[in-house]
Design a protein around this ligand. Structure first.
Ligand code: GUN
Ligand code: ZN
Length: 445
C-alpha cells in the first residue's frame, strides 16, 4: 500500500456552520496533515500526531497554503466549453443563437473526446474535483464524458440531455431513442468506477409530454440515478412552458406530474417561484441549484437562498458554464455573495465554503465519499493559495484569521489560487510542491 502524507494548514467541515462563530462545525489546524493510501483518506489531524504514527511516509509539504476538500460543482454543461462568454442575449435567444448551434458539433465522436479532455482540464485547473454535468443530446458526448472521467479517476455525475422538440433537427432525439440511449448509458457507466448517471430531461420546453413519460419510466426503473433539469430561470421561459403544458398548475408541476421530483432531483436556477412551487419543493425534497455567475450574465434574476432555506429546502451552488462565466467555484461564490447582498442576505465565508464542498456533497447524498477530509472518504483535495496575486498578498497582510483568508479567496481568487489538486490521492499539477522523505524535513515544533 503506497502512503502519502500531505502537510499544510487544514480546514474541513463536520456540518454547516450556523454562523461565523460556530467553531464545532469545522476543524482548522495551523499545522495539519492528511494521510492518504490507495486514493482514500486514512487519517486527518495535527501533523505531529500523524507523522509520529507513520514516520516512514513520504511528506508533501504544502505550507503555508490551505488544504480543503475539492470543490463540487452541481450544475455545469460539458458541451458549452466554447459557448462561455457569448454576448448580448437572455436565456431563450442565448440558447437558440449560440448554445444549440454549438451543441450540434457534439455529433462528432472526435470533437466529444477533444472537448472532454479540455473540460476536465478546466475543472481540475479550477479546483473542482466533482461535477454534475449535462452532456449534449448525443450518446457519444456522454460516452466521451464518462470515459475521460474514468481515465482520470474523478467522481463525476452526468447524463445525455433528453430533448425532442423546440431545437434544431440535429439536436433532437425522440422519446424512444432518448429512452434507449439513456438506458444503454446507465448500463455502461452508472456505478462503474466513480461515475454516476443523471437522467437529464433538459427542460420542459424541449421535451414533449411523450418524452416526459419516458423520463418518468427511466426514473422509476433506475431509482438510484440522480435527475437534473432546469426550472424557472427566465420569465419568457416560464410563459412558454405554460403555453406548452396548459394543464400544469405551474412550471414545477410539469416535472411533478411526471414523477420527476425527489431527493435526487437537481433543479437548475429556480429563481421565479410561485408559493405552490415552494410548497412542492418542501414536500418532494427536490433541490434548487443556485448558479450566480449565470444568473447575472443572462440577466435571469436573484436567487432567494434565505427564503428557500427558511422553508427547509437544501440548495446547491454551481457554475452553470457556459451561461456561467467562470469554472471557478471561488468566482461563483464571489457573485453568489453579491446576489445575496442585493437581497439583504449575508452569508459568512465559512458557510459559503461549506456549501461548495460538504454542502454540495450532502445535496448529492455523497457526503460519506466526498466533500470533507474525513477518514474513509475519497482523497479529492484542493490546496488554496490566498496570496496568489500581489493584490491578494497585500490584502492578506491584514487578514487576522482563516475566515478572513477564505473571504479573500472568495472575492479575489480564481484558478491562480489553485496551488494543487488531488484526485483519488494523485496530484494533478506538476512541479508545484516540495516532497521528501520526512527524515529530511525539520521536526515539527
Ligand atoms: N435551460 C435549458 N438549457 C439550458 C442551458 O443550457 N443553460 C441554461 N442556463 N439554461 C438552460
Ligand atoms: Zn444549465
Amino acid at each position: 500500500m503506497t502512503q502519502t502524507l500531505l502537510r499544510g494548514r487544514l480546514l474541513t467541515f463536520h456540518r454547516e456552520p450556523q454562523s461565523g462563530d460556530d467553531l464545532d462545525a469545522y476543524t482548522y489546524l495551523d499545522d495539519g496533515a492528511v494521510l492518504i493510501a490507495d486514493g482514500i483518506i486514512r487519517d486527518t489531524g495535527p501533523f505531529a500526531t500523524l507523522w509520529a504514527k507513520a514516520p516512514d511516509t513520504p511528506v508533501t509539504d504544502h505550507r503555508p497554503h490551505l488544504m480543503m476538500a475539492g470543490f463540487i460543482d452541481t450544475h455545469i454543461h460539458f458541451p458549452q466549453v466554447q459557448v462561455i462568454a457569448s454576448w448580448g442575449a437572455q436565456l431563450l435567444d442565448w440558447l437558440n443563437n449560440y448554445t444549440f448551434p454549438e451543441e450540434t458539433r457534439f455529433a462528432s465522436e472526435t470533437h466529444c473526446q477533444t472537448m472532454a479532455r479540455a473540460f476536465f482540464d478546466q475543472l481540475t485547473a479550477h479546483g473542482t474535483t466533482t461535477a454534475v454535468a449535462f452532456c449534449s443530446v448525443h450518446k457519444t458526448s456522454a460516452d466521451a464524458f464518462f470515459s475521460e472521467a474514468t481515465r482520470r479517476n474523478m467522481r463525476m455525475l452526468g447524463g445525455k440531455v433528453l430533448m425532442d422538440r423546440n431545437a434544431p433537427d440535429a439536436l433532437r432525439d425522440t422519446p424512444q431513442s432518448g429512452y434507449d440511449e439513456t438506458k444503454a448509458l446507465i448500463a455502461d457507466w452508472h456505478g462503474r468506477g466513480r461515475n454516476g448517471y443523471v437522467i437529464s430531461p433538459r427542460f420542459a420546453i424541449t421535451s414533449s409530454p411523450e418524452q416526459m413519460e419516458m423520463a418518468q419510466a427511466l426514473v422509476s426503473e433506475n431509482p438510484d440515478c440522480h435527475i437534473q433539469t432546469h426550472l424557472s430561470e427566465n420569465r419568457d421561459e416560464i410563459a412558454f412552458t405554460k403555453e406548452l403544458y396548459p394543464q400544469a398548475r405551474d412550471y414545477l408541476d410539469v416535472y411533478q406530474s411526471y414523477g420527476l421530483l425527489g431527493e435526487k432531483t437537481l433543479l437548475g436556477h429556480a429563481i421565479h417561484l410561485e408559493p405552490r412551487e415552494i410548497d412542492a419543493l418542501t414536500e418532494t425534497g427536490a433541490h434548487p441549484v443556485f448558479c450566480p455567475t449565470s444568473n447575472l450574465f443572462l440577466g435571469s434574476g436573484l436567487f432567494d437562498n434565505a427564503g428557500l432555506r427558511r422553508r427547509g429546502i437544501a440548495n446547491g451552488i454551481a457554475t452553470d458554464v457556459g451561461a456561467g462565466t467562470s469554472y471557478s467555484m471561488l468566482q461563483t461564490m464571489n457573485d453568489g455573495y453579491k446576489i445575496l447582498q442585493l437581497q439583504g442576505q449575508t452569508l459568512h465565508p465559512l458557510q459559503t465554503f461549506h456549501w461548495a464542498t460538504r454542502g454540495n456533497a450532502c445535496l448529492l447524498g455523497l457526503e460519506n465519499r466526498i466533500g470533507t477530509l474525513d477518514p474513509g472518504t475519497e482523497a479529492d483535495l484542493v490546496i488554496l493559495n490566498a496570496r496568489a496575486t500581489e493584490a491578494m498578498a497585500l490584502r492578506m497582510e491584514r487578514a487576522r484569521n482563516v475566515a478572513e483568508e477564505l473571504f479573500v479567496l472568495q472575492m479575489m481568487g480564481d484558478d491562480r489560487s489553485i496551488e494543487q489538486v488531488y484526485v483519488s490521492g494523485a496530484p494533478q499539477k506538476t512541479g508545484v510542491c516540495r516532497t521528501s522523505k520526512n527524515n529530511l524535513l525539520t521536526e515539527p515544533a
